[in-house]
Design a protein around this ligand. Structure first.
Ligand code: FAD
Length: 365
């Protein structure tokens, strides 16, 4: 059996990994380099965490997600997960920090509850006057995306998979199981898997009723010198509470201190508007006061833009067209499932039944 995979973000790379392990001949085609900094998977790091608030199906699937990463570390010969644990903060009643905490409690998952003072004593960058509580869980951390991508790229090549970088697919043919490249070459396989991230609508515009592409940006901050070591030892902050849908990744394993906010996104095609606007870093940084003290003491080290794709209810998406299957495991939260999504897609391809993979990815149970 031969499979073509279009797009080498985490979904494509992991699917290539899982299929190659099953002896399937894989051709992985990526329009840029691997890792590609323009892709959603190409930033320095992403959060993995148990908590899922209202999307309990994903919370219940986290055990499989962690286990699949462990299998991947075995194959790569190194773990690219920094196990920092994760922190939830609440600023106002009913905010996302509180919803995530309540979801953990409802699922019976352990966490440590802290008063505002206890939270700020442990994490001195937090202004205790601005929060209602903190909650810490050990079940989470930082996935080091670029190390994962380059590790998978090298592993695939060593296993004999065809890994094509700087090769853009310009058209797909579901009936024939074929793709056309920008140089005019045409490749055919038993199955074509489209994991093209925010670029998927360029190949399959008929999916625009379900998938919407957004542009966002994250800021890398230089903390004040007296708080540097606290940040270096800090956890992921899954939600800072309040209304901005803000999250923080600590500077671990050579990465930067990164802040991002769900409110900071707008609809747009994946290649447009990819240079940060003047002042955009400060704008993103300032979403974080409250709950952080002394926010203007933080410098802007970098601003990275990103393009990603959402479904209306933020569950993942899979559509089987026969010899072609399109997958969007994103909606802003798909990286943590990367390894297990690859395994589910490989199982679907090998069994000829993508329905089981679709149900797993949509996580409605
Ligand atoms: C700012 C931000 C923060 C996030 N934070 C988290 C987080 O903390 N935790 C988490 O779990 N998830 C997070 N996510 C979501 C996560 O990044 C995505 O779910 C995941 O990276 C999607 O991977 P993908 O492989 O589907 O897409 P992508 O990573 O976008 O990969 C698609 C690839 O396909 C290639 N491609 C596209 N079209 C073609 C073509 N025609 N020919 C050849 N190649 C093509 C692209 O170049 C790209 O490399 C975040 C997303 C963003 C944007």
């Amino acid at each position: 059996m031969n499979v073509i995979i279009v797009g080498a973000g985490i979904s494509g790379l992991s699917t290539a990994w899982a299929l190659t392990k099953q002896g399937v001949g894989v051709t992985l085609i990526e329009q840029g380099p691997i890792p590609n900094p323009m892709s959603a998977s190409g930033d320095q790091h992403r959060i993995i965490r148990r908590a899922y608030g209202g999307q309990g199906g994903y919370q219940r699937r986290m055990g499989e997600a962690f286990a699949a990463w462990d299998r991947l570390w075995d194959d790569l010969g190194a773990s690219h997960l920094a196990e920092t644990g994760f922190l939830l903060l609440s600023q106002v009643e009913g905010d996302e920090g509180e919803q995530y905490r309540d979801g953990l409690a409802a699922g019976g998952y352990p966490f440590e509850s802290m008063s505002p003072t206890q939270t700020a004593d442990r994490y001195p960058f937090i202004d205790s006057d601005t929060i209602r509580f903190g909650a810490f869980s050990e079940e989470g951390g930082v996935l080091l995306c670029r190390k994962i991508a380059s590790g998978l790229r090298d592993w695939l090549k060593a296993q004999g998979a065809a890994v094509m970088e700087h090769a853009m697919v310009t058209a797909v043919d579901a009936g024939e199981g074929a793709v056309t490249l920008a140089n005019g070459d045409r490749l055919v396989a038993d199955k074509v898997i489209i994991t093209a991230g925010a670029w998927v609508l360029g190949l399959l515009p008929e999916l625009s009723g379900t998938l919407t592409t957004y542009r966002t940006a994250v800021a890398y901050l230089t903390p004040p010198e007296d708080l540097r070591s606290a940040w270096e030892a800090g956890p992921v902050i899954l939600d800072v509470g309040g209304t901005v849908d803000g999250y923080v990744l600590p500077p671990v394993a050579g990465t930067g201190l990164k802040v991002g906010a769900g409110i900071h996104k707008r609809k747009g095609p994946p290649d447009a508007d990819r240079t940060a606007a003047p002042g955009e870093g400060e704008q993103i940084r300032n979403y974080f006061a409250p709950p952080f003290a002394r926010i203007t003491d933080y410098g802007i080290a970098d601003v990275a833009t990103c393009a990603y794709t959402f479904t209306p209810d933020e569950h993942f998406f899979l559509k089987d067209f026969g010899r072609l299957v399109a997958v969007s495991a994103c909606s802003g939260h798909g990286y943590k499932f990367g390894a297990v999504v690859g395994r589910k897609l490989a199982e679907g391809v090998l069994s000829g039944n993508m329905e089981t993979a679709r149900i797993w990815l949509e996580a409605r149970d």
